[in-house]
Each structure stands twice: as C-alpha cells, then as structure tokens.
Design a protein around this ligand. Structure first.
Ligand SMILES: *Cc1c(COP(=O)(O)O)cnc(C)c1O
Length: 230
C-alpha cells in the first residue's frame, strides 16, 4: 500500500463512521480528493487506489494535470475562485465548478461550454457565516442567483457549496453547516431541483456529514501537507 492509498482508506473509514453516526447511507456522500499543489503522479496514485473525483483550486495548474491524465476516467471539479479571464479554461476542461457566486461568471461559463461536452455541473458558493474571505453569495441572495443560473443552457445547477471559517468545536461547526443545508431545502421548496451540498474538508468532514453534506472536499488528509512556493 502506498501512503496515499493508506490515507484514502482512512478518510473513507471516517466518512463511513460519520454516515453511520448520522444514520445516513455512506453512498450518499461523495469523496472529492483535493489534489491542488500535488502532481499528476499523486493523482494517478489515488486513482489506482480507486479514487476518480478530484478537486483543484488553481486553474492553470489544474489544466496541466487534466491534459496529462486525460486517458484516465477522472471527474474534475473546480473548487477555487473563477475570475472572468479564466472562465474559458474552466468551461473547456472541468466537469464541475463549485464556486459560482455571480451571474456574470455563470453566463460566461454557459456561453463558453463546448457543444460537444455535457453541461457543466455547477454549485453556487454561499457565504454562510459572513466570513472574511468574501467569496460566496449572501444567503438572502442565493435564491435569485440560483434561479438565474438554472436557466442557463449549458450549465446544470446541482446545489450549494460553502467554506465556513474553522469552528471551535463540533456543535459550532454543525450550526454553520446546517445553514447551508436549510438553504438548500428552501431552494428546493421554491422549485429548484438540487441534490448536492458541497461542504466539509479534512478537519471538519464529520460535522459536515452530520449536517447533510453530500460531497466532502478532502486534501491534506489524503495527500499530506501542502507546500506552496514562496
Ligand atoms: C484546499 C481546499 C480543500 C481541502 O482542504 P484540506 O483541509 O486540505 O482538506 C477543500 N475545499 C477547498 C475549497 C479548498 O480550497
């Protein structure tokens, strides 16, 4: 067993235990392996250990990996901020994008999604805790944005994503995650058909799963500590 396959197994066990504790089926939670800053060799090792869904933050870095690994049946999720000048790369190379928080970005993604590809799967990022990152639409504006995005032809709106600030304990983390889960429910009551709640990372995936997460984005617990160039 490689280190990555051992750590992947440990993360899968955590997801399984968290689902059991929450009375949920483990199949209801997708594991997204966040491979940012790690090379194609690490992605390949995770694939060989059965992982097919990968998340990336830095679009240029991601596209290089996606091209190198294009012969593997991988599903690529963009989970980093998307500026206007990067929408074409995202539309052409990714399967999912989790970080839509402005209609203008969604419109560009829809216009630029190549006709030969399936619709781009989209989550709207919501700023559930008013955190200082400033990314994400305010919860009270999520319905209007979701309705507009759902009407764009080359996108398929799947759900919501959030990245709350680290919470002091499990209960506090659940309280914030539950805001996203309540919001998803409210949007569905308004007629949207959303099935995805992208929340939970290495440190807080148990609280996210207890609060209804359907997709956890896990990096360091699988690949180890990240090293950013100085
Ligand atoms: C880096 C990152 C992750 C993974 O974080 P870990 O703490 O390494 O699991 C998840 N989601 C987003 C949006 C990220 O940027």
């Amino acid at each position: 067993m490689t280190k990555i396959s051992t750590q992947l197994s440990a993360v899968r066990a955590r997801i399984h235990a968290a689902c059991q504790a929450a009375g949920r089926f483990p199949e209801a939670v997708t594991l997204l392996a966040v491979s940012k800053t790690f090379g194609a060799d690490s992605v390949q090792a995770a694939f060989e250990a059965g992982q097919t869904a990968f998340g990336e933050n830095y679009i240029q870095e991601a596209v290089e990996k996606i091209i190198v690994l294009r012969q593997l049946p991988l599903v690529w999720h963009c989970i980093g901020p998307v500026q206007s000048n990067k929408t074409r790369l995202v539309a052409e190379h990714f399967d999912w994008v989790h970080t839509v928080d402005r209609l203008k970005i969604a419109q560009r993604l829809s216009e630029q999604r190549p006709a030969g590809l399936p619709p781009l799967q989209v989550c709207i990022q919501v700023n559930v805790d008013g955190g200082p990152t400033k990314s994400g639409v305010a919860p009270e504006d999520a319905l209007a944005l979701a309705q507009a995005v759902a009407g764009l032809p080359r996108l398929r709106l799947r759900g919501l994503m959030c990245i709350p600030e680290p919470a002091p304990d499990f209960a506090a983390a659940c309280q914030v995650f539950k805001r996203a889960s309540v919001l998803l429910h409210e949007l569905n009551v308004q007629g949207l058909k959303l099935d995805t709640l992208s929340m939970g990372m290495s440190a807080d995936l148990e609280a996210a799963i207890a609060s209804g997460s359907t997709l956890v984005r896990v990096g360091s617990a699988i690949f180890g500590a990240r090293h950013y160039p100085a």
